[in-house]
Design a protein around this ligand. Structure first.
Ligand code: GLY
Length: 575
């Protein structure tokens, strides 16, 4: 690790609802820029768990960069927040060095096993069997997290994999004190977790009772699995003992993942989707996520309206946002899939001209019924639990990472003897065109199941730049609501000039075309709701949406962290 002297500086620790302001150099500090005096080097970490934030912050304090801190945080979350932090799932990481146009996307999304087939989740009558696609061994895609994090570290980091894993191994081996959110989560998923003996052994005491807040949670088998990765690199997961345990688990439960599937898994480095919004450059995740494409598409539509004049969460703003969202989600159902397998009209979907044509169909005073919206015609092919963290380091690098095992606790199946949960990401494929997945999202042929293909995602890790320097680092969990949650934080900052914590806290809305309902969180005023209903919207109040973890870098280099209070363990801390 790079030697660092920032331990000289007192680490500032705040919980989720505090704004953090730390002066940085007025100029962006680029990768490896040692001319910046040590005193000026600062960094910030925002994750959904304070223990992961602490471990990542220590890496920055010791001179590591944002990628070192990100990989450390991801492994720590796999231990401290097993409902979504993972080594049994996959995700996406955006890395930006702070130089113009210098953003890369690491795609470590799970892949369908080689034995997967298009109709594997249909019953004898041809109906989609959601229990099979969500809570069975067949629900698991080939995990990508370990390979993706190792690749990120190898290309862009300075730490060894063993060093990045060390805090996670310690937390698993020695245990950590259970916060209320941890035990609440297990209570609410107890019935399903107890269906699998391997999961019961990990998440419940030997007599079947619950672990309670304040007690220590120790995961010896997970520690041993992590240690094998530390000692053998990615082979410690995709081959040898861990691979044997995964394959044995598959064979016990009729799953499809084989030794070859594991050995053949490779992450991809991709070009992120790039768009612009009112003079800001927006970089977000490209397919196999739909996230970046539709964040940019919705922003393009909304750029044609004076949103700032309507104000945050006014009926006028919400109406226009909902109309833009509906049209984007209709296109999602038709066009989006893994670009290694299908052509996606990316430039068309993200073009300003296409946005202008969609805008023409929007009535400024009336909701368009979803049934009369169809996927439109972009320029043709030229080619509920997840977790996000954002990190900015003292060298000006930024990382925006979202990873997941799909549902809370994924398939609910722990790999016996290896101590980690398997994802149920296969449900993100379209089991049958036109039949909604767990998030109510309709998929089409482009997202049908094929061996080795990556299932469509909504994850939208995003980095916004202003004049070439990192400005906003953000992203969220929330299934189909990830796209709209991310969008609203961008708009709250860019259009409405809210500070980052206010932008994160503000009540959210969501429309995904089908079902035809405008979802709102609590906090939207009754008179706004009445105005929206008067325009023809069916407004329904839903539980909190997303848990966005964000950092804003002000023009003078000041770092502002906004952790989402919708997760009680969220934490933003800076050097
Ligand atoms: N599993 C949710 C997503 O990837 O969008």
């Amino acid at each position: 690790m790079r030697p660092g002297s920032s331990r000289l500086f007192k680490s500032l620790s705040f919980c989720c609802s505090f704004l953090i302001t730390l002066p940085l150099s007025a100029q962006p500090i680029l990768e490896g820029d040692r001319s910046v005096p040590a005193e000026a080097r600062k960094g910030m970490v925002v994750t959904s768990h304070y223990l992961a934030t602490d471990e990542a912050l220590k890496v920055l304090e010791q001179g590591g960069n944002a990628i070192d801190a990100a990989v450390t945080a991801a492994f720590a979350l796999a231990v401290t927040q097993p409902r979504s932090g993972n080594i049994g799932g996959g995700g996406f990481m955006l890395v930006s060095s702070g130089k113009k146009d210098d953003v890369v996307a690491i795609d470590y999304r799970e892949k369908a096993p080689a034995a997967a087939s298009r109709d594997m989740f249909l019953d004898s009558e041809g109906n989609a069997d959601s229990d099979l696609s969500r809570y069975s061994h067949r629900a698991a895609g080939v995990p990508g997290t370990v390979a993706g994090l190792a690749l990120a570290l190898e290309r862009y980091g300075t730490l060894s994999l063993a060093d990045a894993l060390a805090p996670a191994i310690r937390l698993a081996e020695e245990g950590f004190v259970i916060p209320p959110r941890f035990s609440d989560g297990i209570r609410s998923s107890a019935e399903r977790l107890k269906q699998f003996e391997s999961s019961r052994k990990v998440f419940f005491k030997p007599d079947g009772s619950f672990y309670e807040p304040g007690e220590l949670f120790v995961q010896k088998e997970l520690a041993a699995t992590l240690r094998r990765i530390a000692e053998q690199g990615v082979k410690g997961f995709y081959e040898g003992e861990t691979a044997d345990l995964i394959v044995a688990e598959m064979q016990r439960g009729g799953g499809l993942i084989t030794h070859d599937d594991l050995k053949n898994y490779e992450p991809s480095v991709r070009k992120p989707v790039h768009g612009s919004y009112r003079g800001y450059d927006v970089y977000s995740m490209s397919p196999p996520s739909s996230g970046g494409t539709h964040v940019v598409q919705i922003l393009n539509i909304l750029e044609g309206y004076p949103i700032a004049d309507s104000g945050p969460n006014s009926a006028r703003s919400i109406h226009l946002m909902a109309e833009a969202m509906k049209r984007a989600y209709a296109d999602r159902s038709q066009y989006l899939g893994d670009t290694d397998f299908v052509e996606v009209p990316l430039s068309g979907l993200t073009s300003k001209d296409y946005a202008a044509s969609l805008r023409e169909g929007i009535d400024p005073d009336r909701a368009t019924p979803s049934e009369s919206i169809r996927p439109a015609d972009p320029v043709p092919y030229e080619s509920n639990e997840t977790t996000h963290f954002s990190i900015v380091d003292q060298y000006g690098n930024a990382v925006s990472n979202t990873y997941t095992i799909n549902f809370s606790y994924g398939s609910h199946i722990v790999v016996d003897g290896a101590g980690f949960l398997l994802n149920n990401e296969m449900d993100d494929f379209s089991a049958k065109p036109g039949v909604p997945n767990a998030y109510g999202l309709i998929g089409g042929e482009a997202n049908r199941i094929e061996p080795g293909k990556r299932m469509l995602s909504s994850m939208s890790p995003t980095i916004v730049k202003k004049d070439g320097r990192n400005f906003l680092v953000t992203g969220s969990p929330g299934g189909s609501r990830i796209i709209t949650t991310t969008l609203q934080v961008l708009m709250n900052v860019i259009d409405h000039n809210l500070n980052i914590q206010a932008a994160v806290n503000a009540p959210r809305i969501h429309h995904q075309w089908l079902p035809d309902e405008l979802r709102i969180e609590q906090g939207i005023s009754p008179d706004t709701i009445a105005l929206l209903e008067g325009m023809g919207h069916k407004v329904v109040q839903k539980p909190a949406m997303g848990a966005i973890q964000s950092i804003m870098v002000a023009e003078d280099g000041t770092l502002y962290g906004g952790a989402d209070p919708r997760r009680s363990t969220s934490s933003a801390k800076g050097l």
